[in-house]
Design a protein around this ligand. Structure first.
Ligand SMILES: Cc1cc2nc3c(=O)[nH]c(=O)nc-3n(C[C@H](O)[C@H](O)[C@H](O)COP(=O)(O)OP(=O)(O)OC[C@H]3O[C@@H](n4cnc5c(N)ncnc54)[C@H](O)[C@@H]3O)c2cc1C
Length: 465
C-alpha cells in the first residue's frame, strides 16, 4: 500500500528513504518537516504496515504503561512539551489519565503514545508549508545499493525506489531463539512483543518466562489481566527485577562535580554519589537519571575491554536502576510473589525434556527440575548484530556498506549516525539512529535520546550544520 500524504509543486532536490516506521522513523520525518527549507520527498518504509508503533507502542493493552513520565516523552527535542500539550488537548486521552496526578508526572498507557505518534505523522501531511512530500510505504526493505548518482532500495515485493539519502530506523530486533533445547510437549511464545499471543495460554497453565526485565513485567501484566490462575515462574541469570520509580525526588546537581573519566570510575561515582545524595535526603534515582546523560561520551572513549567488563559485570544492575517501572506495577509484582503465584529465580535454563525444565540455579551445585506447560521468551533484543536475521542487515554487511561496531552490537557510525563501511569510510548518504547505535553510544534507545539524534541528523540532512 502506498499513501501519498502531500505533493509539492517544486521538484524535490532531496529524496530521503527512512527504513522503519517506529518512533525513530516518525520522529525523524517530523523533525525534517519542521526544519526543511527546500523541497524534500520522504519515503517512510514500514514492513508491518503499522506505522508509528514499533515494538514498544504496538501493544493494544492499556495496562502496558510508558516507563518515562509524560513530561519527558515529546517527539521533538526543541518542543519538549509537545506530548504534554497533545495529552491535555485530547479528550479521549484525558479519559485514560489519573485525575489525581498532574498529567506531566504520569506514566500513561503506551497505546496512547501510539495515537500521539499517529497524530505526529498526520501533522506532517497537514503542515502548512509546501516543502515536504511524505510517502508511506507498507513494505520491507531488503537491500540497498549505491549507484553513481542514487541509492536504490529494493523492497520484498521486488519494487525498487530511488532516493539520494537513506536512514535506517530499524529499531529493536525480536529476541533470539531460546539458547537451549525445547521439547515439543511444551508450548512456546517465541517473542513476547507479539502482545496478543499470550491469550492462547490457558488460565491454569504453569508458565515459565525466560527473562526478568521490562518485557517480563509486560507478560506478567497481560497474564494477570486475563485472570491467569496458574503458577508463573520467571528466570534470568541474576533474577533481578526493574526497580520502581518514586515521586518527587530531590534533583541531583552534577554541575559542581568533576564527572568520572572512565567506566570503572563511573560505576564507583554512581555508588558514592547515590550514598551521599541519600544521606542528604535525596534518592539514588536522581543520581542515575542525571549521570546517564554522561554515559555516551564515556562509552565512546572507553576501551573495548572496559566496555565488555561493564556489560559482563554491571549490565544487569545498571538496567534495573536505569529502566524503572511505575511503583504500582512493582507493587503488583510484590503482591503476586507474596501470594506465591509468581516466583522469580536466578539461574540458567539448561534444557526442556518432555514438560520438565532443568534450571542450573545461580550459586547452587544441583539443578532444579520443574514441570511447565508454556515458555515465554522475554530475553529482550539480541546484543549481537550477527544474531539479527534481517535480510537488509545481512545485505548491507555483505556489500560492505555497513560494518559492526567494536562490540558487534550494532552498526559502526560517526557522531551524527553516518554508517562506516567495511573499509572504515564514513558514508555521506547512509545513516542510522536509535537502537542500532547502541554499541557506539550505549544510551541511545529511549525517546529522550532518539529525539536528540533525530534533531542532529535532520539538521545534517538539511545541511543546517
Ligand atoms: C516494550 C518496549 C517498551 C518501551 N517503552 C519505552 C518507554 O516507555 N519510554 C521510552 O522512552 N522508551 C521506551 N522504549 C524504548 C524504545 O526503544 C524507543 O522508545 C523507541 O520505540 C524505539 O523506536 P525505533 O523506531 O528505533 O524502533 P522500533 O519501535 O522497534 O521500530 C522500528 C520499526 O522498523 C520496522 N522495520 C525494521 N526493519 C525494517 C525493514 N527492513 N523494512 C521496513 N521496516 C522495517 C519495524 O517493523 C519497526 O516497526 C521501549 C522499548 C520496548 C521494546
Amino acid at each position: 500500500m502506498t499513501s501519498q500524504a502531500k505533493r509539492v509543486n517544486a521538484k524535490p532536490s532531496l529524496k530521503i528513504g527512512i527504513v522503519g516506521g517506529g518512533f525513530s522513523g516518525v520522529a525523524l520525518a517530523a523533525t525534517l518537516c519542521r526544519l526543511a527549507d527546500q523541497p524534500v520527498m520522504i519515503h517512510l518504509f514500514e514492513k508491518t504496515g503499522c506505522f508509528a508503533a514499533g515494538e514498544a507502542y504496538g501493544t493494544p493493552f492499556p495496562f502496558h504503561l510508558l516507563n518515562v513520565r509524560a513530561k519527558d516523552m515529546s517527539a521533538f527535542e526543541e518542543d519538549p512539551l509537545h506530548f504534554l500539550h497533545w495529552l491535555t488537548a485530547n479528550q479521549a486521552a484525558q479519559a485514560m489519565l489519573d485525575p489525581d496526578i498532574s498529567p506531566s508526572e504520569q506514566f500513561v498507557p503506551r497505546v496512547l503514545y501510539h495515537h500521539y505518534l499517529q497524530d505526529v505523522l498526520a501533522e506532517i501531511s497537514g503542515a502548512a508549508q509546501a516543502t515536504i512530500t511524505l510517502v508511506l510505504e507498507s513494505a520491507e526493505v531488503i537491500d540497498i545499493e549505491r549507484t553513481s548518482h542514487a541509492a536504490i532500495l529494493t523492497l520484498a515485493d521486488q519494487r525498487q525506489i530511488q532516493v539520494n539519502q537513506v536512514v535506517l530506523a530499524l529499531g529493536n530486533h525480536a529476541p533470539s531463539a531460546f539458547p537451549f533445547p525445547v521439547s515439543p510437549q511444551v508450548q512456546t511464545i517465541p517473542n513476547s512483543w507479539d502482545y496478543t499471543a499470550l491469550s492462547a495460554i490457558p488460565k491454569t497453565a504453569t508458565v515459565l518466562i525466560v527473562g526478568t526485565g521490562l518485557s517480563m513485567v509486560d507478560a506478567v501484566l497481560t497474564l494477570h489481566h486475563q485472570q491467569h490462575q496458574g503458577l508463573v515462574y520467571a528466570v534470568s541469570r541474576h533474577g533481578l527485577l526493574p526497580l520502581p520509580h518514586t515521586e518527587g525526588c530531590v534533583p541531583f546537581d552534577l554541575t559542581a562535580l568533576p564527572t568520572p573519566s572512565d567506566l570503572l570510575a563511573f560505576s564507583r561515582f554512581v555508588r558514592t554519589q547515590s550514598q551521599l545524595h541519600m544521606k542528604a535526603g535525596g534518592d539514588w534515582r536522581s543520581v542515575v537519571s542525571a549521570l546517564r546523560w554522561h554515559l555516551p561520551a564515556l562509552w565512546q572513549q572507553a576501551s573495548v575491554t572496559s566496555k565488555k567488563r561493564f556489560l559482563r559485570h554491571l549490565l544487569s544492575y545498571w538496567n534495573i536502576h536505569r529502566h524503572r517501572i511505575h511503583a504500582k506495577l512493582a507493587a503488583l509484582l510484590s503482591h503476586l510473589r507474596a501470594i506465591k503465584q509468581l516466583k522469580i529465580m536466578s539461574g540458567r535454563v539448561k534444557r526442556v525434556v518432555n514438560r520438565t525444565v532443568e534450571i542450573q540455579l545461580r550459586h547452587a551445585h544441583d539443578s532444579l527440575h520443574m514441570e511447565v506447560d508454556w515458555l515465554v521468551n522475554c530475553m529482550g533484543p539480541p546484543l549481537k548484530l550477527s544474531a539479527m536475521q534481517q535480510p537488509l542487515v545481512q545485505a548491507l554487511l555483505q556489500r560492505g556498506l555497513a560494518t559492526p561496531d567494536d562490540l558487534e552490537m550494532g552498526f559502526a557510525v560517526s557522531a551524527v549516525g553516518a554508517l562506516k563501511s567495511r573499509e572504515g569510510d564514513v558514508s555521506d548518504w547512509l545513516y542510522t539512529l536509535g537502537p542500532p547505535v547502541k554499541g557506539t553510544f550505549w544510551e541511545c534507545s529511549a525517546v529522550p535520546d532518539i529525539r536528540k539524534q533525530s534533531l542532529q541528523l535532520a539538521r545534517h540532512l538539511c545541511r543546517h550544520e
